[in-house]
Design a protein around this ligand. Structure first.
Ligand code: NAD
Length: 378
């Protein structure tokens, strides 16, 4: 690999913690890391990588899903690239008390990662990979803001004494809604200036507070149009007319469901990156899970992890050009006809269907090409 193609800001040493996690998390994060290493070499940055345990593997080795050692590593990092957690053992036995997802929830809480940002943008080359009609999809470009630290995930939960009654408290506090609403409105100001806030205010009191606070915050952004939709209607409109959305602002549970649905707009779960941010550190991860059905087969699509790395470069380090280099490299790889199985339609020839590492290699080649062109332009 060519090294130091673009030399600037050598001082900029950044500490990146890699959390591969479980299943295909390990497979795809390896490719995301290679991309960050390549960007560091080509653009002359110094990235220091450390690795931590989380999820099922952490439980097996330490008895907890997020060991203190990992947490203290994370707190000393400038950014985190995460894979996924999960194992069939826990999916098949919901009564197990120590669970991989506890690592994820604890990490979000401890690092104050309250806003999950998920761009849903369709690469033109994948217009036919989705089960939704191309004429409905074309031009879709949605930015989700999903709240991460409140809602039923963190409210009081349990069983009543009889064992036959269970509850999960849906709870939101004003400040939790305010801080993510500001982020969503600010993002909308740089886009089409529209925020759709999704709730269930016709039924839920926490949603009524959500709506009230979003309306109040919205007054500070008169240039942004605010609309409200109930979660049921939003779920329908998302696939009926995805182009009608710009920024979508929603709570933890509704956001979890809507963003998986929206992954179909982008063709596959394997294409979608996300950022979880608070007021300091950022965590970047694909929206997919550990995908037991394809773990170990080497066929996982690494592009969501690679695009998460691009997101990391932009949001945490302010390296716009480097981030765009990665996105253009992914675009060029798709334009050249290369696909992993999940995004291949029947027009793709067999030899262009790549495994995880081969896809990573193709993107790395394109990164070198794109970076060389940028150097010539400068
Ligand atoms: P999943 O996202 O892992 O997989 C859903 C489907 O999409 C599967 O058919 C899978 O093969 C496919 N898929 C996902 N990512 C892909 C990729 N990169 N390339 C190609 N195909 C891909 O969701 P699931 O099957 O419901 O859950 C599996 C495990 O992951 C469970 O244990 C669950 O708890 C966990 N999970 C973890 C996270 C996380 O760590 N953030 C998120 C969701 C699910």
């Amino acid at each position: 690999m060519a090294s130091g193609l673009i030399t600037r800001d050598k001082e900029m040493k950044k500490r990146i913690t890699i959390l591969p996690g479980d299943g295909i998390g390990k497979e795809v994060t390896a490719e995301g890391k290679r991309v960050l290493q390549s960007i560091a070499e080509l653009f002359g940055h110094e990235f220091e990588f450390k690795e931590g345990l989380i999820g099922h593997e952490a439980i097996e080795k330490t008895g907890v899903a997020l060991p203190d050692e990992t947490l203290s590593l994370l707190k000393k990092s400038d950014a985190i690239l995460f894979g996924a957690v999960g194992h069939p053992k826990y999916d098949n036995d919901p009564t197990l008390k120590v669970r991989p997802e506890q690592g994820l929830l604890k990490m979000r809480k401890e690092l104050g990662l309250y806003a999950n940002i998920r761009p849903i943008k369709l690469f033109d080359e994948l217009l036919h990979a989705s089960s939704i009609k191309p004429e409905i999809l074309k031009g879709s470009d949605i930015l989700f803001f999903r709240e991460l630290t409140g809602d039923v995930y963190f409210g009081d939960k349990g069983r009543k004494d009889d064992g036959n009654t269970a509850y999960d408290l849906m709870i939101y506090q004003r400040y939790e809604i305010e801080r993510i609403a500001h982020k969503a409105f600010q993002a909308a100001q740089t886009r089409k200036k529209k925020v759709t806030s999704v709730d269930k205010a016709n039924v839920l009191e926490s949603s009524r507070l959500w709506r009230e606070v979003v309306q109040q915050v919205g007054k500070a952004y008169p240039d942004v149009t605010l609309e409200h939709q109930f979660i049921d209607a939003a779920a329908m409109k998302l696939i009926q007319n995805p182009r009608s959305f710009d920024v979508v602002l929603t709570g933890n549970l509704f956001g979890d469901i809507l963003t998986d649905e929206a992954s179909q707009i982008a063709g596959s779960m394997g294409m979608l990156a996300s950022a979880s941010v608070g007021d300091s550190i950022g965590l970047y991860e694909p929206i997919h899970g550990s995908a037991h059905d394809i773990t170990g087969k080497g066929i996982a699509n690494p592009l969501a992890s690679i695009l998460s790395a691009a997101f990391l470069l932009d949001i945490s380090f302010g390296l716009k050009e480097e981030s765009e280099t990665v996105i253009h490299a992914v675009e060029a790889t798709l334009k050249n006809g290369f696909r992993t199985t999940d995004i291949a339609d029947n027009k793709i020839s067999k030899e262009n269907i790549l495994n995880t590492t081969q896809m990573g290699n193709k993107v790395l080649q394109q990164i070198e090409k794109v970076a060389s062109k940028q150097l010539i332009k400068q």
